[in-house]
Design a protein around this ligand. Structure first.
Ligand code: SF4
Length: 731
């Protein structure tokens, strides 16, 4: 589509967001009149560590206290400490908004008008193009109950096959690798305490010292006992600086590194032959596959010195208790599943999974990234990690929902494929309902996506704030945020937690569950949706009963009694399951699977026109797309905007000095930001955090090349050109 053909999106003046000029005062009144207890024991609104905190209300307003909980043991990061700011934000959406036509600005509307507009739009699109022409996009920040209700809404009310969520951008590769190797995906199949007890931890592509700092106490406890930490990362991050050994690999070469480590483990007879014999199948093919990954060759592919490949394999292989933990660095690649499987091969050959205190795990990032991928907002999935393609699973869930199994759609498009199918007239997907996701900042190749979304027949966004994506929507629905509703979350350990409501939502704001129920009612399926948290929770647990991710016993009382309950938990008398695989894996024969993996390069590699590698990630002071954290003054002051992290030698070659404005150009777009120089990054690599939109948007640059299994986009490696640019505004 040519730029001239794009519809003009008029952004709203924030004065128009509120029904009247006194709306911020109305928000304050709602806060003061809240009937919340003075301190509500709950959890952080952000990442998957889900630190325990108290939301406190007194005469000075709202504040946060750290709470002693098994994950954070009283620690919080700066994001958690400042989370109460979100409860007082004056730019909170306090009523629905809609635009009368594509060229019109957003204007305030009543809930009836907004919901009628959406329902009429859905009916018109589906009448013209079929049920699958309306799609739903969910988020890994939604509670389990909301993720469940959204999946049910798509299949029962919309009858569309097309629902997916932004976890597809995050943990999908490790989830797929875990399913293939172990028969089940629970990111960490052991509690965090095992990190402190391990003698060696290999962390592949994660930087928890910045992304979830309180978790470092578990690593620190181990290191104080003399445990070794090995970190593979193109950057010498805060986590890598705390490690015994840093493996600074070229972005996109993780599988070669894993194969090299396994090659050394075989050569040095560090593998556990008895374990391989008793608990796995497929070893011979993997042993043959890694035979050619001798350390010198791995050095040529990855850039990691051969002696460090040897040393890492020995540290890991000689440890009595060892863990391999995966982060987004090795996962967000067009071969992310292969990377996960290659490191799982290493773990299985060393006999780690299921051995007490040892194992392989994925450190999930989003607040409910784990629960959000278990209960039906994925394209192929039904609640309890059941599958739409499985006739038995379809019948089980249909019985709970009171519908015929054959009325359930088949699996639909995955996230990026769904977004690629959006657009205007003639597009496969013509209407999109987005919950808890800021796609224009988080999705790859964001400029192309913006054009697609802007030309849709109907784009609806439900969000507490006017995100970049909400700003181009046809209808915006203001919804409750974290401390304004009850619900369960599942943290990175598979521990199901209870997030408690500390206050009522402001007047004019609905919960997502209320929105889903109201829309279902207008579409003739209202009898299937309560809109109520406790009722939805009870039904949700029933729908998971007997499934691979069984939450039937994770009642709110049980969760509170036990400081969270690890799934599977089939009944309320069950203690939960902190550790999986002690005796068997989840495949029918109880055995884990090896998968032979070969190194394959990234979809895009450097060339004369784009000679460097762009990799993206996060910084300590911001969370995901920044819709929440960019609104917190302390966090905005600490990290006010995007930057390009460069090695000083790379900067010198381009005539760039620290603080200069630089232009980054890929085959998809251009971004401009300030240069930050550090010797802690490879000379061939540029790092950009992705938390911002506008001219510093990292995802204007990234490529939508997808892993063939997980369909995760390749955020961690694409070819980029670097130039000095005109000074940034404000310089
Ligand atoms: Fe804890 Fe993560 Fe919240 Fe920080 S952002 S306080 S690490 S849950």
């Amino acid at each position: 589509m040519a730029e001239a053909d794009l519809p003009v999106i008029k952004l709203i003046d924030m004065h128009d967001v509120f029904h009247d000029a006194d709306a911020p005062a109305a928000l304050q009144e709602a806060l003061v009149n809240s009937d919340a207890a003075t301190a509500t024991a709950t959890h952080c609104p952000y990442c998957a560590l889900q630190c325990g905190m108290n939301v406190v209300h007194d005469e000075t307003g709202w504040s946060i206290e750290a709470r002693d909980f098994p994950t954070n043991r009283g620690g919080l990061c700066r994001k958690g400490w400042t989370a109460a700011t979100l409860l007082n934000k004056s730019d909170r959406l306090l009523g629905p908004l809609l635009r009368d036509h594509k060229d019109a600005p957003l204007r305030p509307a009543s809930w009836d008008e907004a919901l009628d507009r959406i329902a009429n739009g859905i009916r018109a699109i589906q009448a013209a193009a079929g049920p699958d022409a309306v799609a739903v996009f969910g988020g890994g920040g939604l509670t389990n109950e909301k993720a469940y209700a959204l999946g049910k809404f798509a299949r029962v009310a919309l009858r569309t096959a097309n629902i997916d969520y932004n976890g597809r951008f995050c943990m999908a590769s490790s989830a797929a690798a875990g399913l293939r190797a172990f028969g089940i995906d629970r990111g960490m199949p052991f509690p965090l305490a095992d990190i402190a007890g391990a003698d060696c931890v290999l962390l592949t592509g994660g930087n928890p010292a910045e992304t979830m700092p309180p978790i470092m106490q578990w690593f620190d406890e181990g290191r104080a006992r003399g445990a070794q930490l090995i970190v593979s990362d193109p950057r010498r991050t805060a986590t890598a600086r705390a490690a015994t050994l840093h493996l600074p690999l070229t972005p996109g070469t993780d599988a070669a590194l894993a194969n090299g480590l396994l090659h050394v483990a075989v050569a040095r007879r560090l593998i556990d032959v008895d374990y391989i014999e008793a608990r796995t199948i497929g070893w011979d093919r993997v042993r043959r596959a890694v035979a050619s990954y001798w350390p010198d060759r791995v050095e040529r592919i990855t850039g990691v010195p051969a002696r460090d490949v040897e040393r890492a394999a020995v540290l890991l292989g000689e440890a009595a208790k060892a863990l391999i933990l995966s982060g987004r660095g090795s996962e967000q690649q067009s071969h992310g599943v292969d990377n996960g499987l290659a490191f799982i091969n290493l773990a299985l050959a060393l006999g780690l999974p299921g051995r007490p205190g040892s194992g392989w795990g994925c450190m999930t990032g989003q607040g409910n990234g784990q629960g959000g991928r278990e209960h039906g907002q994925k394209a192929d999935q039904l609640p309890g990690y059941r599958l739409l393609a499985n006739p038995v699973h379809r019948a089980e869930v249909a019985a709970v929902w009171g519908i015929a199994p054959e009325s359930l759609p088949q699996p639909g498009l995955s996230a990026c494929e769904m977004l690629a199918a959006t657009g205007g007239e003639g597009a496969q997907v013509r209407g999109l309902l987005v919950f808890a996701c800021n796609l224009l900042v988080s999705a790859p190749d964001a400029a192309t996506l913006r054009a697609r979304l802007a030309s849709m027949d109907l784009l609806v966004v439900a969000d507490p704030f006017l995100s970049e994506t909400a700003a181009i929507a046809d209808v915006v629905l203001p919804v409750a945020q974290w401390a304004e509703e009850d619900g369960t979350m599942t943290n990175l350990e598979g521990r199901v937690l209870l997030r408690r409501k500390a206050k009522a939502p402001p007047p004019g704001v609905w919960t997502d569950l209320q929105v889903i129920a109201a829309l279902a009612g207008r579409l003739g399926a209202g009898a299937h949706f309560s809109g109520d948290e406790a009722t939805t929770g009870a039904e949700f647990r029933r729908a998971t009963s007997g499934g691979p991710a069984d939450y039937a016993g994770a009642t709110w009382d049980h969760i509170q009694d036990e400081a969270g309950v690890f799934w599977p938990c089939p009944d309320a008398a069950h203690p939960g399951t902190p550790r999986l695989f002690n005796e068997r894996f989840a495949h029918p024969d109880g055995l884990a699977r090896f998968h032979p993996i070969e190194h394959v390069g990234s979809a895009e590699t450097p060339c004369d026109d784009y000679p460097l590698i762009l990799t993206t990630g996060r910084v300590m002071g911001q969370y995901q797309t920044g819709t929440q954290t960019r609104r917190v003054p302390e966090l905005a002051a600490a990290e006010p905007g995007a930057f390009a992290e460069l090695h000083p030698d790379t900067a010198r070659q381009h005539g760039i000095q620290a603080g200069d404005a630089v232009r980054l150009t890929t085959r998809r777009g251009t971004a401009r930001m300030a240069a930050r120089l550090t010797r802690d990054i490879r000379r061939d690599t540029v790092f950009v955090p992705f938390h911002w939109g506008g001219e510093g948007s990292a995802n204007q640059l990234t490529i939508a090349a997808l892993d063939p299994v997980s369909r995760i986009p390749e955020y961690k490696a694409c070819a980029v050109r670097l130039d000095r640019a005109a000074p940034l505004s404000g310089d």
